[in-house]
Design a protein around this ligand. Structure first.
Ligand code: GRF
Length: 190
């Protein structure tokens, strides 16, 4: 069985969807570790409720990014993590972690990459009055949302939709595709 670590800073709905897929037997993996940079996040509360081991850190308490990333690597290697899954983690993964976990870190992004990398991809699609957008699961590299694409799904934007409607749809699709993409990667890793 492969071990995954979830990194999240916010609500954690993708984290829960992955957890649910595992419970339902759709994804064979263990969530061995949950890591957050936000002590107040709902995602952290949920991880604790699920009795998953957590590591919470405050980046401001470390002199450099390298210092807290070294600490994170300690946890990842102690838990023999095979794959790092970013699920709304609001920090850029730095060189220290990337060097050790290259091709073993995935992220989910609410756009059809390479379109609308970075912040507020949903807002950018709406502002451009695009007729479609989507969700992308990709490997993490040193760029921002530039890594190799693993899975992508389109969403048609209905003219009547406001931001809330589109976000609902995006989350729905994210919850369906993230675990499938993780499954695909873990199968290749065998
Ligand atoms: C998702 O929309 C994802 O695309 C982005 O962050 C959001 C996290 O949502 N990277 P949640 O915390 O999983 O609900």
């Amino acid at each position: 069985m492969k071990n995954i670590a979830i990194f999240a800073s916010g609500t954690g709905s993708n984290f829960l969807a992955i957890h649910k897929a595992i419970k339902e037997g759709k994804l064979k993996a263990n969530i061995k570790l949950f890591i957050t940079d936000n002590f107040e996040s709902d995602a952290l509360k949920r991880a604790k409720d699920l009795h998953i081991e957590t590591y919470s850190f405050n980046p401001k308490e470390f002199a450099t990014k390298k210092d807290y990333e070294k600490e994170i690597i300690g946890f990842l290697s102690n838990h023999q993590i095979d794959l790092v899954v970013l699920a709304g983690y609001m920090r850029i993964i730095g060189a220290t972690i990337l060097e050790q976990y290259s091709n073993r870190i995935v992220n989910i992004h609410p756009s059809l990459l390479p379109l609308y990398k970075g912040k507020d991809a949903v807002g950018q699609a709406l502002k451009a009055r695009d007729k479609k957008t989507g969700v992308t699961v990709h490997f993490v590299d040193e760029g921002i949302d530039t890594g190799k694409i693993i899975m992508q799904e389109e969403i048609r934007i209905e003219p009547s939709w406001d931001r809330h409607d589109l976000e609902l749809q995006i989350h729905k699709v994210e919850h369906e595709i993230y675990y499938k993409a993780i499954k695909k990667i873990l199968e290749v890793q065998k």
